[in-house]
Design a protein around this ligand. Structure first.
Ligand code: TRP
Length: 343
C-alpha cells in the first residue's frame, strides 16, 4: 500500500511563542507547502492536559494561528485549524488508548519530566497525551511529521501504535477490502542542530516560555527595539568568533548566536563563521540584531494585526477545520468498521 505524501504537525497554544518555536518548527513548515499536502494544527486539546485559563487558551490559539499565517503558511494551500473543531481527533484517540499499553506511556520522558514526583496527581490526559498525538497524525495518514528532537520519542510511539493497530486488526482490515497496511508508519523530519535554540542568558538551557527571565527569549510579538536590545545584552564569552565549527564546541552561547544567525539567513554555521570568524561581538551582535529585526519585525507586525482581527483568524480556523474534517471522517468511517462498531 502506498500513501500520498502528507505532512502533519502541531503546536500547543500555551502562550508566548518565541524564537525557538519559530526556528525549530514554524519556519520549517513553510517550504514543505511546495512539496507536500500540509496540515498544520493548533493542538488546543493537548494544551488542556495541564490547566489553561479559558480566555488565555482562546488568545493563545489565535496567536499560533496568526504565527502560521504571518510566517508564510498559505491557509488556502495548507490546512490550518484548531484540533478541537475536528472531533474525530478525540474519537481516534480513544481507540488508540485501547491499543497503546500503559507501560508505553509511562516510559515517555516528556511525561516523566512534566509529572515529576507528582505522577499520581497529574491529569489522566497528560499520561494519554501521546495517544492523542498519534491520532492527530494518523487521522490524516500523514507520512511525514516535522518535529523537534524532543518529540522523537512521541513519533516512535505513533509508529508503534500504527503497527499494533495494523497487526491487531489485520484480518478485519483485509475483510474490509484494504490491501496491506491501514495506517502508514510515519517518518519524522527532525530539525538539524542549528534549529535547537537556547536561552540568551544561558547557552546550556533551551529557550523556553517558562524561563522567569524575559531577557532569555525573543518573543515573536516583541517589537524591533526589544529584539535588538535582547540580542545586544545576550550573554557571551569575551573571545572573538572562531573560524570553524570546532571552535564553537564548549562555547554554548557563541554556538547559539551563530546558530540563530545561520537559521535566520538559511545558511550553515560554517558559512556564518566564514564571514564572521576572527571578528568580535561588537561586530557580530549588531549584524545579528539587524538580521533578526528584518525577519521577525514584519512577522510580528502581521501577527499583532491578525490577533486583533479575530473574525479573519477564526474564519481561517473554521475553513481549515471543514477541510480537515472531510479527510478525518473518511478515515473514521473505515476505523469504525474495522474495529466492529455498528453505524
Ligand atoms: N507534542 C507536540 C509538542 O509539544 C505537539 C503536537 C501535538 C504535535 N500533536 C502533534 C506535533 C502532531 C507533531 C504532530 O511539540
Amino acid at each position: 500500500m502506498t500513501f500520498t505524501p502528507r505532512v502533519f504537525s502541531g503546536i500547543q497554544p500555551s502562550g508566548d511563542l518565541h524564537l525557538g518555536n519559530y526556528l525549530g518548527a514554524i519556519r520549517r513548515f513553510v517550504p514543505l507547502q511546495d512539496t507536500h499536502d500540509c496540515i498544520y494544527c493548533v493542538v488546543d486539546m493537548h494544551a488542556i492536559t495541564v490547566w489553561q485559563d479559558p480566555d488565555d487558551l482562546r488568545r493563545a490559539t489565535r496567536e499560533v494561528a496568526a504565527a502560521y499565517v504571518a510566517a508564510g503558511i498559505d491557509p488556502k494551500r495548507a490546512i490550518i485549524f484548531n484540533q478541537s473543531q475536528v472531533i474525530q481527533h478525540a474519537e481516534l484517540a480513544w481507540v488508540f488508548n485501547c491499543i497503546a499499553r500503559i507501560g508505553w506511556m509511562n516510559r515517555m520522558t516528556q511525561f516523566k519530566d512534566k509529572a515529576g514526583k507528582n505522577s499520581e496527581n497529574v491529569s489522566l490526559g497528560l499520561l494519554a497525551y501521546p495517544s492523542l498525538m498519534a491520532a492527530d497524525i494518523l487521522l490524516y495518514k500523514a507520512t511525514h511529521v516535522p518535529v523537534g528532537d524532543d518529540q522523537k520519542q512521541h513519533l516512535e510511539l505513533t509508529r508503534d501504535i500504527a503497527a499494533k493497530f495494523n497487526n491487531d486488526y489485520a484480518a478485519s482490515i483485509a475483510a474490509q477490502g484494504h490491501d496491506g497496511e491501514f495506517f502508514p508508519i510515519t517518518e519524522p523530519l527532525i530539525a538539524g542542530p542549528a534549529t535547537r535554540i537556547m536561552s540568551l542568558r544561558d547557552g546550556t538551557k533551551k529557550m523556553s516560555k517558562s524561563d522567569p527571565s524575559d531577557q532569555s527569549r525573543i518573543s515573536l510579538l516583541d517589537d524591533a527595539d526589544a529584539i535588538a536590545r535582547k540580542i545586544r545584552k545576550a550573554t557571551t564569552d569575551p573571545a572573538e568568533l572562531p573560524h570553524d565549527i570546532e571552535g564553537l564546541s564548549s562555547r554554548p552561547e557563541a554556538d547559539n548566536l551563530v546558530g540563530i544567525y545561520a537559521a535566520l539567513s538559511d545558511r550553515t554555521k560554517a558559512q556564518v563563521l566564514a564571514e564572521f570568524g576572527g571578528k568580535g561581538w561588537g561586530t557580530f551582535k549588531p549584524a545579528l540584531a539587524d538580521l533578526a529585526v528584518a525577519v521577525l519585525g514584519p512577522m510580528g507586525d502581521e501577527m499583532r494585526r491578525l490577533i486583533e482581527d479575530t473574525t479573519t483568524i477564526d474564519a481561517i480556523l473554521r475553513d481549515g477545520a471543514e477541510r480537515a474534517r472531510v479527510i478525518a471522517e473518511a478515515t473514521m468511517v473505515d476505523v469504525r468498521s474495522i474495529v466492529g462498531f455498528i453505524r
